[in-house]
Design a protein around this ligand. Sequence first.
Ligand code: BTN
Length: 255
Amino acid sequence: RAGLDTYRIGQVVMAHDSVPSTQPLAHEAASKGAPEGTLVIAEQQTGGKGRLGRPWHSPSGTGIWMSLIVRPAIPLPKTPQMTLLTAVVLAKTIWEETGVEPKIKWPNDIFIGDKKVSGILTELNAESDRVNYLVIGIGLNANMTREDFPEELASIATSLRIESGKKLKRARFIQRFCENFEREYDDYLREGFERVKSEWEQNSYTIGKWITVSTIQQSLEGKAIGLDAEGVLILEDAQGKRHKVYSADVNYRAN
Ligand code: BTN
């Protein structure tokens, strides 16, 4: 099967060779009215951005570096659900296209074994309480060999090529991602978060693990129990007390 079987996700693609980051380009396009589903892709990023202000290593030719514009009609507090949805879709597409089974590390890293293969950076544009659009940035280590990773990443990062032993066809992967995203997203808009929640939990690296979560205000330790109906992580501490953990700007460590 060739081509792209969607009606909006990936129907507009803005493809670049080398850019600082696809995120600001997607914001610019979105604020000029780019339709929902517009995808900004780059072959290389010279200033790729990760979560929590970290850099994101985005060399030429070996990765998928892209930012997706969506305009969901959902209330502001529900927008983190879109990141969980994206993680579910990424994990599913990786499994379908490579046969390797990735796990989702809360809130939105994709792991194979104990190494990270993909990350998601969601940025929100809202006016007062109204969501204008989201830019969902996706970085996927596709075709790096072990030697391609800089020393500081070698022990914590991996690629689909390393894990599956095969080179990924990137264009095909992106098409399948768009199709899976559209299906999951349409279901979510119609039916709500429930399916995403259960798929996220089924593919979770985090559930059942003892973790430490720290925000600026507090540090919490406990066992990750699951997501609540809204997508907030539930942590049970040593005293059996349950805590809600919101993904925004949280650092965490799996003990
Ligand atoms: C993370 O795990 O910290 C998130 C990484 C997100 C990286 C992607 S690559 C495409 C888009 N452009 C960026 O500069 N960042 C995101």
